[in-house]
Design a protein around this ligand. Structure first.
Ligand code: AHR
Length: 306
């Protein structure tokens, strides 16, 4: 299967846990940190982690999960690309008696017996936090261009919902243009270029990007167009990766909402508890704060030290 390998298979003991992990891809700096955090956590616990990178394609994920089932892993962790289309393969895992943990984005499932638990952030609240910050900063008067994440992904759907819910209370705030840039820096730059061509940049008050990576692409597009990002046009996004703290410290972006990449620990805790016969909550929440330019330099130092 594409991108499938073992994270820590050396020195396997007889009672060693084997866990299959189907990851979305490597579309963003946040995703890479998340992968590394899960792999480190597995190593620390002596878990044999079978890792598969889906390259942002659900069909690759379904193939990987089937392969994990065929290998008889003890548990499967899935970070789904999109919400729909999971029932058949999860039913196969359930029939094989393999618990499934959903991490990060969600799956649209009516039957919650198809998974053990979900470890995730409240994406709607992330959107609300970004919206509240922007409304406070602009007094609620702002024409916004939006860079959406991957179509059908919870992180895009819910962040949009939360942000829109907040700005709906401000009659002078409006999303004037919106398009998906698939959570990547390259697409963020491209789509921002089309926005800047489609309207007078002087009429754009802010960029709302569903992740830092697209915001960083938009920053490049604005600079190339002679615009001062973070000043002429405000930039607010989600993830809190080191690169965005650098951009905020340099005055190029303004605010970000943190999404913790440390979901591997709670996912493995849940699997271990389940295998000991303990019950596990259906949702394990990880939530983050909003950061601004004020603490950006300090945060950048902290997050890149060592
Ligand atoms: O699902 C979480 C989102 O996926 C992150 O915000 C983004 O960087 C990633 O691509």
């Amino acid at each position: 299967i594409a991108g499938c390998g073992s994270g820590s298979s050396e020195g396997a003991a007889n009672d060693q846990l084997t866990v299959g992990f189907s990851q979305v891809g490597s579309e963003s700096g946040w995703r890479t940190s998340f992968t590394q955090a899960v792999q480190a956590e597995a190593r620390d616990r002596g878990i044999d982690l079978k890792f598969s990178d889906a390259q942002q394609k659900q069909e690759n994920q379904i193939r990987a999960v089937r392969s994990f089932i065929a290998q008889g892993v003890d548990a499967i962790v899935i970070a789904p690309v999109v919400e729909t289309g999971w029932k058949p393969v999860l039913t196969e895992a359930k029939r094989a008696g393999i618990p499934v943990v959903i991490v990060d984005r969600n799956m649209a499932l009516k039957d919650d017996s198809l998974y053990l638990t979900r470890v995730a952030s409240d994406f709607v609240e992330e959107g609300r936090k970004a919206g509240r910050w922007l409304m406070e900063e602009t007094g609620g008067d702002c024409d916004i261009v939006e860079l959406q994440g991957t179509v059908g992904a919870t992180a895009a759907i819910d962040r949009m919902t939360g942000f829109n819910e907040v700005i709906a209370n401000y009659p002078d705030a409006e999303i004037v243009m919106t398009q998906t840039a698939d959570f990547t820096r390259a697409r963020g730059k491209e789509i921002m270029e089309t926005f800047l061509r489609a309207m007078d940049p002087a009429d754009i008050c802010a960029v709302w990007a569903h992740n830092d990576e697209m915001a960083l692409g938009a920053v490049i597009a604005m600079k190339e167009a002679g615009i001062d990002p973070g000043d002429d046009i405000l930039v607010v996004s989600v993830d809190a990766v080191p690169d965005i703290f650098k951009a905020m410290a340099d005055g190029d972006t303004n605010a970000t909402v943190e999404l913790s990449p440390h979901m591997g620990g709670p996912a493995f805790d849940a699997i271990e508890a389940h295998l000991r016969g303990e019950s596990v909550d259906k949702l394990i929440s990880v939530n983050g704060d909003l950061f601004t330019q004020e603490t950006a330099a300090e945060e950048y130092q902290k997050r890149t030290a060592g």
